[in-house]
Design a protein around this ligand. Sequence first.
Ligand code: NAD
Length: 325
Amino acid sequence: MATIPYLTLPHSGHQIPQVGFGLWKVAPEEAANLVYEAIKSGYRLFDGAYDYGNEKEAGEGIRRAISEGIVKREDIFITTKLWNSCHEKERAIKTGTEQVEEWGLGYIDLYLIHFPIAIAFNPKHTRGWYYDGEGEVRLERTSIRETWEALEELHDKGLVKDIGISNFNSQAIFDIFTYARVLPSMLQIEHHPYLVQKNLVDFCKDQNMLVTAYSSFGPQSFLELPASFPTKAAQTPRLFDQDLIKSIAAKYGKTPGQVLLRWATQRGLCVIPKSNHKDRMLQNLDVIGFDMTPDELELIASLDIGLHFNDPGTYLPGRPLRLFT
Ligand code: NAD
């Protein structure tokens, strides 16, 4: 089994595995078994979200592995996220508390604000961007400060052990520093060779925060979405097919996927690839045992075109929310 290194979360001192398993687009009926299999393959970190709609089932998979003595609760690290329609303080506290119950494991290790934007809550459509479930994007006047203070209360209660943010830029994070009692330990961002985000990653290093990369394979994840979903994934060359990635993979006897994950971990980031296939699950976990040269890391970074695939400025055509400006 591959050995996973751990990084230390700056404010709590807790340990987080550098490689984990992502749960976006995992069907709820498959989640428990997939998570259980992932634990047997060696995964210890699971990355979920309210919006993914599979937290309860993912928790069941973990509890099964615990009940069979494969792991203990403290061996497992759960990251999950607060959805945009639950930013209002009382709702955020209620939602976070309910998410802890859904996972059924006593506490969440790391709780993130999913996006730096509040949208109105509709009890009929609690997931996704659309107020009516179809095409209406309705914003809500809730500040990030109000939401951050809700996360701090969940932290005070011991329900979440570390708190952080996702899809934020440095300006928004600087603002959090002006009032935070509990500092953010993690920023989770889209990160791959087409979106290197060097300044943002350096900013986090300066500020003593860790960074998790999502969608490490670039367009690949977005090709799974319905053809009607507006991203640039289909028009973008696959990173797996880039000659540079293929030649570096051949040199080290690794797959292109392993090169992409190692490129991120060598930059000091955590990665959370998702796969439903046992062989790829194992492959994605085995991404630490080789080191590329600094020149190779730079060459890979030179593929940067600043391209976000997960961009509500593109995929909400009726009301683009241009967060990444
Ligand atoms: P990913 O980059 O992990 O890609 C997944 C796709 O790559 C799937 O199609 C899978 O079949 C394929 N794949 C996996 N391993 C492979 C391999 N070794 N070789 C070839 N193909 C392989 O994409 P992702 O799911 O978008 O990102 C990972 C996780 O990040 C998500 O599951 C989720 O937990 C998190 N995430 C967070 C946000 C956020 O807004 N914070 C957004 C997107 C994803």
